[in-house]
Design a protein around this ligand. Structure first.
Ligand code: PLP
Length: 448
């Protein structure tokens, strides 16, 4: 196809999508999305042949990269046998996947309830925590995201919930947890104060009313805001002291992204439930899961479990997940995420020397974000928390430059995310960081 024809084709694809579908989290007019014809490895290819490097793994879910034909084959094989059966019947892959997840998860987190995405995993984890404990409140961190359904958007603290605040679901209580870069009194004090404050808040709310504390395994889109050392261990102790369940939301931080199967494994704890999605199938098909302990599951041995979804344990999604889990192991991707995460750290450290607008870089494995500031002394962010459009002028230019130079990545407020697929090579990290380096020259000019 000639270049002109390709451009016409691309325009048709974009026009159709924009005229007849609704785009997430956006004003609908004036959008100019990448139009992707195919994807392979860490690259997306547009209809006009342009090659785009994906530095945020889609939405931090394409951990094994795009176009892995091993998954396609597993999916096709499953579809030829059976695609869908009622969740009241069982397929072979359902049990095989449950068993594999039980092997991967620590402790006696041995029982899988399959859902369809991250939000439905958290919804069901929350419902189950309430049912199991007979308590109603869920504690969660302000700086967190747990999904966009009415329940999970209420559980998170991300300001995307503010426009729909009037619809908020009840019985979610939020607590603050500052992060080291913006906390002047040192990490030890941060740990002491935040744990003391959490425990006070638990008392104010009444420990016997609290079903669960819900936390991301490692912070994601809120800015990869690291937990102070030992924070999760202290939270675990508080949960045990008051009979509160600990739910780790591993939707983004799970499946190798942080250099461990799950983010909480960087913190030496074992939760009572794990919510999963994203890297479970790496986006080849939608699937989510809540892993629960034997103790929690056994409550429903003789009592009806009032949870269910038509697509729970969808056979084809389970087949995709089973193959994806095999690929993590066969290709050593978890170890690789650790190794590439270290390389990324070294390389961003070099960027810091030439870019005065880089305030901080936080990553765990390949879940990372560069924080852009107006001044390293004052740490004033280049765009504030929940920035208004007029406060995004510089960061919008940075984002536009990244796009123009052929990269897809997530830019939010003053955060530029670096979370490529775990298969990324050192050369591809160099290639991606060169683009980011070029784009943040724009931010350097705005440094005061
Ligand atoms: N939990 C976390 C930590 C997430 O990052 C996300 C999505 O980004 C979700 C839950 C929601 O997942 P989904 O969009 O699949 O519903």
């Amino acid at each position: 196809m000639s270049e002109t024809l390709n451009k016409t084709e691309k325009k048709k694809v974009v026009d159709n999508a924009l005229n007849h579908t609704i785009m997430s989290w956006s004003k609908q007019k004036g959008l100019d999305p990448f139009a992707i014809q195919r994807a392979e490895g860490v690259y997306l290819y547009e209809f006009d042949g342009r090659k785009i490097i994906d530095f945020s793994s889609g939405l931090m879910n394409s951990n094994i990269g795009y176009g892995d034909q091993r998954v396609t084959e597993a999916v096709v094989k499953q579809m030829q046998e059976v695609s869908f059966i009622s969740p009241a019947c069982v397929s072979k892959v359902r049990g095989d996947l449950g068993k594999k997840l039980a092997e991967i998860c620590p402790g006696d987190l041995n029982r899988a309830f399959f859902t369809v995405c991250g939000a439905t995993s958290n919804e069901n984890a929350i419902k189950l925590a309430r049912l199991y404990t007979g308590r109603h409140k869920i504690f969660a961190r302000y700086q967190s995201y747990h999904g966009a359904t009415i329940g999970t958007i209420s559980a998170g603290g991300d300001p995307r919930k503010i426009p729909v605040d009037s619809q908020q679901a009840p019985n979610f209580v939020h607590f603050d947890l500052p992060y080291s870069y913006r906390y002047e009194q040192g990490e030890e004090n941060l740990l002491k104060e935040s744990i003391a404050s959490l425990e006070r808040q638990i008392h104010y709310e009444g420990p016997n009313t609290i079903a669960a504390i819900l936390l991301e395994g490692e912070s994601g889109t809120s800015g990869c805001l690291k937990y102070p050392e030992n924070y999760l261990k202290e939270v675990r102790k508080i949960c045990d002291k008051y009979g509160i369940l600990l739910i780790m939301d591993e939707v983004m931080s799970g499946f190798g992204r942080t250099g461990q199967w799950f983010g909480f494994q960087n913190h030496g704890i074992v939760p009572d439930m794990i919510s999963m999605a994203k890297g479970l199938t790496c986006g080849y098909l939608p699937l989510g899961c809540v892993m629960v302990t034997e103790k929690i599951a056994s409550k429903y041995d003789d009592t009806v479990l009032p949870l269910g979804l038509t697509y729970s344990a969808h056979a084809v999604s389970c087949a995709a997940a089973l193959e994806v889990l095999k690929i993590y192991e066969e290709d050593n991707l978890i170890e690789r995420a650790r190794e590439m995460g270290k390389y990324m750290e070294e390389k961003v450290e070099e960027l810091k020397k030439i870019h005065p607008s880089i305030g901080d870089f936080r990553n765990t494995g390949l879940l990372g974000c560069i924080e852009i500031v107006k001044s390293r002394n004052t740490k004033e962010p280049m765009a504030p928390f929940n920035a208004k459009p007029e406060e995004m002028v510089v960061m919008n230019k940075v984002a536009a430059k990244i796009k123009e130079l052929g990269m897809y990545t997530f830019v939010k407020w003053n955060f530029v995310f670096v979370a490529p697929p775990l298969i990324v090579t050192k050369e591809q990290i160099d290639e991606g960081l060169a683009i980011i380096s070029e784009a943040i020259k724009i931010a350097d000019q705005a440094v005061i």
